[in-house]
Design a protein around this ligand. Structure first.
Ligand code: MN
Length: 147
């Protein structure tokens, strides 16, 4: 997930705290655990356990996390606040992740903005990835999410 996030942001150096990186062990090992991501993340996920696990992981990396449980709330939150990244569950009540993404992309069309949206789905087939990209997501990761 870290690599996906760093990849979407197109540089570890952009989101990673430099001081923290300098304090990494000099034996050349790099670990996601040793890196701080100073990001505001919107986590849209309707499963309580996944919210807890996802929030804990992201906060351990230094992210500030808002969690919502429906696609509709995700759209509302994106409208109301600024985020660096959205992690979007696909199956949610009221409005699913595809619809929420399409709504967000529609709103962005007038502003030229493009927030990275990464789908989280239990279905890791190529077809599922395609469907996520078609909906306007930037990438997708399979659940259960591996740090
Ligand atoms: Mn779900």
């Amino acid at each position: 997930l870290f690599e996906t996030v760093a990849g979407v942001l197109d540089a570890p150096s952009q989101g990673v705290d430099r001081e923290r990186r300098q304090s990494e062990p000099i034996d050349g090992t790099t670990s996601a655990e040793a890196v701080t991501l100073d990001l505001r993340v919107l986590l849209a996920e309707d499963n309580e356990v996944n919210i807890k696990v996802g929030t804990r992981l992201l906060e351990r990396w230094g992210c500030r996390v808002d969690a919502v449980k429906t696609g509709w709330e995700a759209v509302e939150c994106h409208r109301a606040r600024e985020y660096d990244l959205i992690l979007m569950d696909v199956q949610m009540p009221e409005m699913d992740g595809y619809e929420a993404t399409q709504a967000i992309r529609g709103a962005e069309a007038v502003t030229d903005a493009h927030i990275p949206i990464i789908a989280m789905t239990a279905h890791a087939m190529a077809r599922d990835r395609e469907r996520c990209l078609e909906a306007g997501m930037d990438d997708h990761i399979a659940k259960p999410v591996d740090s």
